[in-house]
Design a protein around this ligand. Structure first.
Ligand SMILES: [Zn+2]
Length: 73
């Protein structure tokens, strides 16, 4: 079962928002609605959900674990 909703937490201001993840693409950029910072994945992560969300992105969930590259960029 793939979870499509992930709660992102901004590392700068702590603002949290639940977003629905795209299943066919990784989201590399995400603008925080709290402070306006453009978030990018930390090194080794494929998308903002893997870095800042409480649920990893769908391709990584399917792979079974984090740290696996789910998309080329
Ligand atoms: Zn923020």
């Amino acid at each position: 079962m793939i979870e499509l909703r992930s709660t992102l937490t901004c590392p700068h201001c702590g603002y949290r928002k639940t977003e629905t993840m795209p299943v066919d693409a990784c989201q590399y950029f995400y603008e925080c609605e709290g402070c306006g910072t453009l978030l990018k994945p930390t090194s080794g992560d494929c998308c903002v959900f893997c870095s800042y969300g409480d649920v990893a992105c769908p391709p990584v969930q399917e792979a079974g674990h984090r740290g696996r590259s789910c998309c080329a960029h």
